[in-house]
Design a protein around this ligand. Structure first.
Ligand SMILES: Cc1ncc(COP(=O)(O)O)c(C=O)c1O
Length: 445
C-alpha cells in the first residue's frame, strides 16, 4: 500500500514564496478599512505558497518551541500538558470528552482509534469519499476489522440518507462504528458530520461515531458534544499551525468504555496506560515536550483572535479563492477552464480548494511552474486525481495579501502552462474580499 502524506508532493520546497514578499508589500499599503475588517495575521509567517498542509508556522509558535527540554515528569511540563489539552477541548467543543496527544502524525491517531476501540472481526461502516477516508479504512482492515463503505457520489458529499439506510438494515447491530472524514483533503470537500449523526439517530443505531478533523480542526466549526461524536482524530500541521508530527484523539465516555473491552493488540497507543481519572498523565515513552510549547502558543493565538473569528477568516479566504477559480473557469458561457472540484457550493471546504483542470491538461505542470517560477507550492492530486487536480490550502496562519499573492502566482502559471482559463481571477478574489468588509465597516460605523 502506498502511504502518502498530504503535502506538496515531489515538487521542490520553495523557501520563501513570492507570495510572502507580496504580502509584506501589500500589508504596508493596506487601507485602514481592510485592516479593521480583518485583524492582520501572519506578520511573521514564512510562507511557501499554500499547500493544504503542513501549513505556515507562525514565528511565535517556532519561537515558543525553541526551548530546552524540561523534565517531562516535573511540574513545569505537567502544568503545560494539562493546560494545553484542556484548552484543546475548547477548539473541539467538548466539555464531556478528554484529549490524548501522541508523538505521531495523523496516521498514528487513526491507528490509536482503531487499536483501542475494536476487536479483530468487528465491522465498521466508512463514509468513503476520497483518499483519506480510504486510508482510514486500510488501517482498520490491517487490524483485522471488516470494513463496509457508503460511497459518496462523484464530486459530491456523503449522503446521510445512504448511511441511515445501511444502518437501518443492520438489525443485529453488527456495525460497531461509523467513520467519517469531516474535511476530505484530497477533494476539498466538507462532509455533513451533524447530519450523519442525525441519520444514525433516525436509524436508532448504537454504533460509535468517529470523525477525522485533521484538515478542518481550527479552520471551521466542529462540535464534538453537540454532534454526538464519540471519538475525534486531529493533527498538528493544519489549522493548529504546528509542525507535522503531533496528533490527538478526543474521547467521550462511550469510546472510553469500548476501549476497556476491545481486544486489538496495542502498546504505543494504549489509552489505558496513558489515562487516569479521565486525563492523560503519561505517554508511551518520552513526552513530545516541544510540541506542547508550540500548542500552548498556537492556542493563545486562536484565543486572541477568537475561535469564531478564525472560522470567519477561513470562510472569507475560502470564498475569495472560490471566486477566483470560478473566474478562471469562465472561458466561455459554458465554462471550459479549471473548476472547483465539489459540485455543490455548500460542500466546498473552507480550509482548501481542490481545482479540477480541464480534460487533457496536466495539473502537475501548473504545480511545477507555480513552484519553480513563482515560489508557490500547491498540493497535488492524490491517487485517482493525480494530474487532474491541484489544491490550494487556505488554512491556518494566513491573511488576504498572502492569499492574493498566491492566486496571482497560480494565474501566471496557468497561462504559462497553456491551460485554458479566463483572466481576472485575482480581481474576482478581491471583489469577494471587499464585499463582506464593507458590510462589517458599515455595521461598526
Ligand atoms: C483528512 C486527513 N486525515 C488524515 C491525514 C493523515 O495525517 P498525517 O499525514 O499527519 O499522517 C491527513 C493528512 O493530510 C488528512 O488531511
Amino acid at each position: 500500500m502506498e502511504v502518502e502524506a498530504d503535502n506538496i508532493g515531489q515538487g521542490g520546497v520553495v523557501k520563501l514564496a513570492s507570495a510572502c514578499c507580496f504580502a509584506a508589500a501589500v500589508v504596508c499599503a493596506m487601507p485602514v478599512q481592510t485592516a479593521l475588517a480583518a485583524p492582520p495575521r501572519s506578520a511573521g509567517a514564512v510562507s511557501r505558497g499554500l499547500p493544504p498542509g503542513p501549513t505556515n508556522i507562525p514565528l511565535r509558535v517556532l519561537h515558543a518551541m525553541a526551548k530546552p527540554a524540561v523534565d517531562f515528569t516535573g511540574p513545569e511540563f505537567t502544568a503545560l500538558r494539562d493546560r494545553s489539552l484542556e484548552r484543546l477541548k475548547g477548539v473541539l467543543k467538548t466539555w464531556q470528552g478528554f484529549v490524548i496527544a501522541y508523538a505521531a502524525s495523523g496516521h498514528g491517531a487513526w491507528d490509536a482509534s482503531i487499536a483501542n476501540l475494536f476487536s479483530p472481526g468487528d465491522k465498521v461502516l466508512v463514509c468513503q469519499a476520497g483518499y483519506f477516508s480510504e486510508n482510514w479504512s486500510t488501517t482498520a482492515r490491517q487490524y483485522g476489522l471488516e470494513v463496509e463503505a457508503v460511497v459518496a457520489p462523484d464530486r459530491r458529499a456523503i449522503d446521510p440518507n445512504a448511511v441511515a439506510e445501511r444502518l437501518a438494515a443492520d438489525n443485529g447491530h453488527a456495525i460497531k462504528a461509523v467513520l467519517i472524514v469531516q474535511n476530505e483533503t484530497a477533494t476539498g470537500m466538507r462532509h455533513p458530520v451533524a447530519e450523519v449523526r442525525a441519520a444514525m439517530n433516525r436509524a436508532k443505531h448504537p454504533a460509535l461515531y468517529l470523525v477525522d478533523t485533521i484538515s478542518s480542526l481550527a479552520s471551521y466549526d466542529f462540535r464534538m458534544d453537540e454532534w454526538g461524536v464519540d471519538l475525534v482524530v486531529g493533527g498538528s500541521q493544519k489549522g493548529l499551525m504546528l509542525p507535522p508530527g503531533m496528533s490527538f484523539t478526543a474521547i467521550n465516555a462511550r469510546a472510553w468504555e469500548a476501549a476497556q473491552n476491545a481486544r486489538n493488540p496495542r502498546r504505543y497507543w494504549d489509552w489505558r496506560t496513558m489515562v487516569e481519572g479521565g486525563r492523560q498523565l503519561r505517554f508511551c515513552g518520552t513526552a513530545p515536550i516541544a510540541f506542547f510549547y508550540g500548542l500552548d502558543e498556537s492556542l493563545d493565538m486562536i484565543e486572541e483572535e477568537g475561535l469564531e473569528n478564525v472560522f470567519a477568516r477561513h470562510r472569507r479566504l475560502a470564498e475569495a479563492t472560490r471566486a477566483c477559480v470560478r473566474a478562471w473557469g469562465a472561458v466561455s458561457p459554458r465554462g471550459g477552464g479549471p473548476e472547483i472540484y465539489p459540485l455543490d457550493a455548500e460542500a466546498a471546504s473552507d480550509s482548501l480548494t481542490a481545482v479540477l483542470c480541464p480534460p487533457g491538461h496536466d495539473a502537475d505542470r501548473v504545480r511545477a511552474i507555480a513552484s519553480e517560477r513563482f515560489g508557490v507550492a500547491l498540493g497535488r492530486g492524490l491517487a485517482a486525481l493525480q494530474g487532474r487536480v491541484f489544491r490550494i490550502g487556505h488554512m491556518g496562519e494566513l491573511n488576504e495579501p498572502m492569499l492574493l499573492g498566491t492566486l496571482g502566482g497560480i494565474e501566471l502559471a496557468l497561462a504559462e502552462a497553456g491551460m485554458p482559463h479566463a483572466r481576472g481571477g485575482v480581481d474576482a478574489a478581491m471583489d469577494a474580499l471587499r464585499a463582506p468588509a464593507t458590510a462589517r465597516i458599515a455595521a461598526v460605523a
